[in-house]
Design a protein around this ligand. Structure first.
Ligand code: SF4
Length: 460
């Protein structure tokens, strides 16, 4: 049940999180694993965890999400889940025939100390993993971090397991995608292709969680990063990680294992973050920026200029995942909006440093917090003290929107009551155009509904 606000008093809390701006680690691991071709995520814990994670992903993407579970009962909870895991490996490879089982832990299996790496070794030693197939274990204890931590841990496991170096560098760049939509991953590939830069994108959920209706069910859709692509990441000339939280761990692992140096950029939301991404592609891919891309940028700048009077000074509350909301906050400040309240449930010191850099000059009144108790309850308290013109975040903010009669632009995870996010990107210049369009629709709809002159015009 959602706990609602009735007062503008800030309730001091030292231990309780209410309406968190995050969800649990295995959801992130499951999402990242779905972005690898032929990979079946496996939840090592009770059926309830797995059902919850699958249902959240299904409700967000409106696609069937397949994952297996170790189906713990009381016995496994007391004596450990190894027997369940080994049985599951046999069943999965004989029945569902994935190329890879990407197993991750849950709170329960972490608490009792199950070690998936050791179980994967035992399964291999006992011949339960067929030739040419793979099993990877990832620790995703949900009582630390968030779904973003789980996503990052899963990416690191893929890199550690698959990437190999032959000693000869290829022409390719690795792009490690932070958590974004299948549409965003498709857009990242489109931009790289326009630049003429060959990339290995990990993960890649396009053509996995945005598949067309064909009348035929495919357990492993055609999309996803392939095993050869992951292996060849060890020979790439550079890695570009898009998102500090989601990709830094994997980028470091790849550098340690295969000596592929890396840079971390923001996910390309908004103008400046996209500029930095395109410049990184140009610099490390040794490629010119084509006219198509500079035209897209020009159209974004034109739209911002045309509609600046409706955006200027608008107060915004923003919540979600740090790799998304940092570049979005930067974009809002760049177009003279005021992101006055920002929360993220994902911990990490880097958040406060980045926000300080973005806000200090152009929005010094902004309040921002991440980690423990940086939740929607706190955000609502702030809004009660002084309202905002616009909310930007996931579906969970709709109750604040209703209570405060403030428009909500749905961005982030989960979005369970709207469609479009899987199909239309928010990254890149065209994605930023879409974000501005969505914000303007929300702001102008509200203005139209409350402006007496407008009502008069309609009557006349
Ligand atoms: S028990 Fe842990 S892993 Fe399972 S759903 Fe709850 S928070 Fe997530």
């Amino acid at each position: 049940m959602l706990l609602r606000h009735t007062t503008d008093k800030i309730i001091d809390r030292s231990a309780l999180t209410i309406n968190p701006a995050k969800t649990c680690q295995p959801i992130g691991a499951m999402y990242a694993a779905l972005g690898v071709h032929g990979c079946l995520p496996h939840s090592h814990g009770s059926q309830g965890c797995c059902s919850y994670h699958r249902s959240m992903l299904t409700r967000h993407f409106k696609e069937p999400v397949m994952a297996a579970t170790s189906s713990f009962t009381e016995g496994a909870s007391v004596f450990g889940g190894q027997a369940n895991m080994l049985q599951a490996v046999t069943t999965i490879f004989s029945t569902y025939e994935p190329d890879i089982i990407a197993a991750h832990t849950t709170c329960l299996s972490e608490t009792i100390g199950d070690d998936l790496t050791q179980m994967a070794k035992k399964a291999r030693d006992e011949g339960k993993i067929p030739a040419g197939r793979h099993m990877i274990g990832t620790a995703t204890p949900s009582y630390v971090g968030s779904h973003i931590t789980g996503y990052a841990n899963q990416l690191t496991s893929f890199v550690n397991y698959f990437a190999e170096t032959t000693g000869e560098k290829s022409k390719k760049l690795n792009i490690l995608a932070g958590w974004c939509e299948p549409s965003d991953m498709r857009e990242i590939k489109r931009l790289a292709k326009l630049m003429g830069v060959e990339i290995n994108l990990l993960p890649d959920t396009s053509d996995v969680l945005d598949t067309p209706m064909t009348g035929k069910y495919r357990m492993y859709p055609k999309g996803g990063t392939t095993i050869p692509e992951m292996v060849s990441m060890g020979d790439a000339k550079k890695t570009i990680g898009l998102g500090h939280w989601c990709t830094r761990g994997a980028a470091v692992a790849l550098e340690n294992k295969c000596k592929v140096s890396f840079v971390i950029e923001d996910l390309p939301f908004g103008l400046k973050a996209t500029d930095r991404f395109i410049q990184a592609l140009s610099k490390y891919g040794i490629a010119k920026i084509p006219t198509e891309i500079t035209d897209e940028r020009g159209r974004l700048v034109d739209m911002i200029t045309d509609m600046h009077q409706y955006l200027h000074g608008k107060r915004v509350a923003l919540w979600g995942d740090p790799d998304e909301i940092i570049p979005i906050a930067e974009f809002l400040v760049d177009i003279d909006m005021k992101p006055v309240y920002i929360v993220s449930g994902t911990p990490g010191k880097h958040f406060m440093e980045r926000m300080e850099n973005i806000m200090t000059v152009k929005c010094p009144e902004a309040k921002y917090k991440n980690g423990e108790r940086a939740d929607l309850f706190l955000l609502h308290q702030w809004i009660k003290q002084q309202g905002v013109d616009l909310l930007i975040g996931n579906t969970h903010g709709k109750f604040i929107a209703r209570d405060e009669n403030t428009p909500l632009v749905r961005v982030g995870f989960p979005i369970i009551d709207r469609v479009g996010h899987s199909y239309f990107p928010l990254v890149g210049y065209t994605g930023a155009i879409r974000l501005v369009e969505k914000m303007l629709d929300a702001i102008l709809d509200k203005t139209d509904a409350t402006c007496p002159e407008e009502k008069l015009e309609l009557v006349m």
